[in-house]
Design a protein around this ligand. Structure first.
Ligand code: TRP
Ligand code: SF4
Length: 329
């Protein structure tokens, strides 16, 4: 039986951190054997909000390939590619731009949200408004069945489905299947300050961080403020360190919880235990990433080969699309 097609992407906006890993990449890795997977670096998407600030784009692209591979995305199993190397995304985006109603884009919740929040940049641009149509092109150009994404991307996927439906209707051909989200029960890992882990909060633990930096970040995490002395009873449910234990030290969670509530363990000792566990997870991935970055040519080869494979798939769809639209001779 033909494997179902999966597609997802990530913007090259900086280094992958543990929040990204547990929120998405871990799941992508697990899909590789079951589905025909396509994972890409959304560099055109990065321009929708970052068009004025592209100094780090190439560097971030290379380091994202390294992060992908270090996390276990396997170029032998999955097609790993760079969006801007597969021009068919742009061609399909152009065609969608012709028939996507402005109202669909204007009512997109992430559009309204980001317009209000990214007040430090001017994103009142055509490309920013149109980016759900670009995302639709990313997905539909592979005729993907499933898109593993977080909750926040659901509105974009809904627009993608509407765009697919409208295209099929306008040109009376079932060119595009309507892709479904593949929602992950993502493990939620807070940032080192207890808020959502996010680059813009400066509270991340990145794969790029050295083991020493990770250690420092862990040891300076905020714990339950009620615990001043070691025998003060603690409240693990409000403690960031405890949230990390749940992911990196599952086996000892009941014991830590009891000792914390009973005031039998100090926060420094508790952090030290967790720090050792996080290192077991983080250090090998970090080292893999660093060694991959030592051979940039190899990383470029991976992404070039992936982009070549992606272009073949995308071109097959575009032949159906051009034919349906009756564009060209
Ligand atoms: N918009 C996504 C994000 O900001 C990235 C992305 C672009 C994407 N195209 C995609 C994700 C297609 C899934 C499918 O994170
Ligand atoms: Fe948090 Fe551990 Fe301190 Fe309890 S003992 S408050 S779980 S760091």
């Amino acid at each position: 039986m033909q494997k179902k097609i999966v597609l997802s992407g990530s913007r090259p906006t900086g280094n992958i951190h543990l929040g990204n890993y547990f929120g998405a990449i871990e799941n992508w890795v697990s899909l590789q054997d079951t589905y025909e997977c396509n994972f890409f670096i959304a560099d055109w998407h990065a321009l929708t909000t970052g068009y004025a600030d592209t100094q780090d784009l190439k560097k971030n692209t290379i380091s994202l390939i390294a992060d992908f591979v270090a996390c276990g995305l396997d170029p032998e199993k999955s097609t790993l590619f760079l969006q801007s190397s597969v021009k068919q995304h742009a061609e399909l985006f152009l065609l969608f731009a012709m028939n996507t109603p402005l109202s669909w884009l204007e009512r997109c919740p992430t559009y309204k949200d980001q317009l209000a929040n990214l007040s430090d940049r001017d994103i009142t641009t055509y490309g920013f408004l149109g980016y759900p149509a670009l995302q639709a092109a990313d997905i539909l150009v592979y005729r993907a069945d499933f898109v593993p994404v977080g909750e926040d991307q659901i509105p974009h996927l809904e627009i993608t489905r509407e765009i697919a439906r409208r295209f099929n209707f306008l040109y009376s051909k079932e060119v595009f299947p309507e892709p479904l989200p593949l929602l992950t029960k993502a493990k939620v890992l807070p940032g080192t300050d207890g808020r959502k882990m996010s680059k813009s909060y400066g509270n991340t633990i990145a794969l790029a961080d050295t083991p020493d930096e990770v250690k420092k970040k862990v040891m300076s995490m905020i714990t339950d403020p009620a615990r001043i002395r070691k025998d003060d009873p603690g409240h693990p449910e409000i403690c960031t360190v405890f949230a990390f234990h749940k992911i990196f030290n599952e086996a000892q969670v009941p014991e830590i919880e009891e000792q914390c509530r009973g005031g039998c363990i100090g926060c420094v000792a508790c952090k030290r235990i967790m720090q050792e566990k996080i290192a077991v997870f983080h250090t090998p991935i970090h080292e893999k990433r660093q060694s991959l970055l030592e051979n940039e040519t190899h990383l470029r080869d991976i992404i070039e080969e992936g982009s070549r494979k992606a272009s073949i798939k995308a071109e097959a769809t575009m032949e159906m699309v051009r034919d349906a639209v009756r564009i060209g001779l």
